[in-house]
Design a protein around this ligand. Structure first.
Ligand SMILES: [Zn+2]
Length: 178
């Protein structure tokens, strides 16, 4: 039996696993690991509990945040929280604007299973008018070199929602000038 082929990048290992089911990964120190394709499945029945309105919102094309109900506070969270991180009072759901701006971003060359096929992809922190916290979300339809701090972006929703965070991403606002 011929030895599995050796690679020094994990992307090449992944491609070889697709082809033959096994590969050897040689790391920067020269250490060689045998890598096999080992499908593993689990059915997980998950309750979104108090996060339910957020995911139902995505399926309706609405991005929900939450705002503090405390008197004199009103802090707006772009990543919803059940209670205010400033004053501790309960929050209420609120619809966020469809448009925001890039606060920061990074390019992901690896990701969790749901996003692995999209790598490399851009992950952004988006800021919204009036909100005191940021939303971490994927940014599509642009390359890394086109992104800049303050870039206007707008939400897109999966027309076939799966009730997951993958149901939303942002794209640059067309015609916006730097
Ligand atoms: Zn508050």
């Amino acid at each position: 039996m011929p030895k599995p082929k050796t690679f020094t990048s994990f992307r090449e290992v992944q491609a070889e696993l697709e082809r033959s089911g096994s590969a050897i990964f040689r790391d920067a120190n020269g250490f060689e690991s045998l890598i096999i394709d080992n499908p593993y499945g689990i059915r997980y029945i998950h309750s979104y509990a108090e996060d339910t309105p957020f995911f139902l919102g995505l399926s309706d094309g609405v991005l929900k945040g939450s705002h503090c109900t405390g008197k004199g506070c009103g802090f707006l969270f772009a990543t919803p929280r059940s209670h205010c991180m400033v004053c501790g009072e309960p929050t209420a759901w609120v619809d966020l604007p469809k448009q925001g701006r890039i606060h920061s971003w990074t390019t992901c060359h690896f990701g969790s299973e749901a996003f692995l096929k999209e790598t490399p992809y851009n992950l952004a922190l988006v800021e919204f008018d009036g909100a005191g916290s940021l939303l971490m979300v994927r940014l599509k339809e642009c390359t890394e070199s086109e992104i800049y701090v303050g870039m206007p972006v707008e939400a897109r929703f999966d027309p076939k929602p799966k009730y997951s965070i993958a149901d939303i991403w942002f794209v640059p606002v067309k015609g916006a000038r730097r």
